[in-house]
Ligand binder design. Structure first.
Ligand code: ATP
Ligand code: MG
Length: 258
């Protein structure tokens, strides 16, 4: 079991932001998390990543229950790539060092780097097809290349779970398709982490992301296999507007009808 949330409630002041959330991610599953702005996606992910505590309910991650475990160690098994990360990276640092720093969960390297670390970082860069940038400073890269470096950095810690929070934001059509292809390959790798992919654009849900959970106003509207969940009816409900879903090359696309 990668994640198990049992009846999670999260309240802030008198407001219930997450309400009775139950969600299980099994090993080998990749999930998309979809919901309007403010529906509670980031809050839910923070609870999974152990940076926020629920008001009620049980959180199990990688078979360990929060509250009974060394949270700092467990956090390292969870990779999280979001746009907020970009600001924390030192722009002058070469790509290879940025990737290696993922092992230590630090920005910059302050610990001894082993030969195996360099080899492993290089392998990941090759897998993501960005090894030719290994000596480049981060600031020189395009947005899409930067995103891949941050994914490589997250993979360096050999996470069991990888959270990708809107990774295609700001990418042009070509860079987006390129990154999605990388995510598809990563998802197909049986030794890779389970992926949770957060997006507002359902066409980014590539075939390897075979499970979907829809959040609406802090509650689970539906969850399960993507073919059953990504229907016109359920997405209209989720987005509070009438939409039509059509499938092309195993990817769902949406038209807003009103
Ligand atoms: N620390 C906090 N204190 C009070 N309210 C909060 C806090 N964090 C989030 N919220 C509120 O909880 C709701 C859910 O926020 P959250 O960031 O989880 O939404 P989201 O689904 O990630 O939205 P987006 O798509 O815009 O990223 C919002 O109304 C937000 O204002
Ligand atoms: Mg968010």
């Amino acid at each position: 079991m990668i994640v198990e949330l049992k009846d999670i409630i999260w309240k802030r002041d008198s407001r219930t932001i997450l309400n009775h959330i139950n969600w299980t991610i099994q090993k080998g599953e990749n999930w998309a998390l979809v919901g309007l702005n403010g529906s509670g996606k980031t809050s839910l992910l923070k609870i999974i990543a152990g940076t926020m505590w629920p008001s009620k309910g049980e959180v199990w991650v990688l078979n360990q229950r929060f509250g009974n475990t060394d949270l700092r160690k467990l956090r390292r098994s969870i990779g999280w790539v979001s746009n907020a990360l970009h600001e924390q990276i030192h722009g002058e640092e070469p790509v290879l060092d940025i990737v290696i720093s993922g092992k230590f969960a630090s920005f910059g390297i302050y610990e001894k780097v082993e030969k195996e670390d360099v080899e492993y970082a290089t392998t990941i860069l090759k897998q993501l097809k960005i090894d030719h940038f290994k000596d480049c400073p981060f600031f020189q890269l395009s947005q899409g290349e930067k995103q891949k470096v941050l994914i490589a950095r997250a993979l360096m810690a050999k996470p069991g779970l990888l959270i990708l929070d809107e990774p295609c934001n700001g990418l042009d059509v070509l860079a987006r398709e390129n990154l999605l292809q990388t995510i598809q390959h990563m998802g197909e790798n049986p030794e890779g982490p389970s992926i949770v992919y957060v997006t507002h654009h359902i066409e980014e849900i590539v075939p390897t992301i075979s499970k979907v959970i829809l959040l609406k106003k802090g509650q689970v509207l539906a969850q399960g296999n993507r073919d059953d969940i990504l229907t016109s009816q359920q997405l209209s409900e989720c987005f509070s507007t009438r939409v039509d879903v059509h499938w092309n090359k195993e990817r769902p696309w949406i038209t807003v009808l009103e």
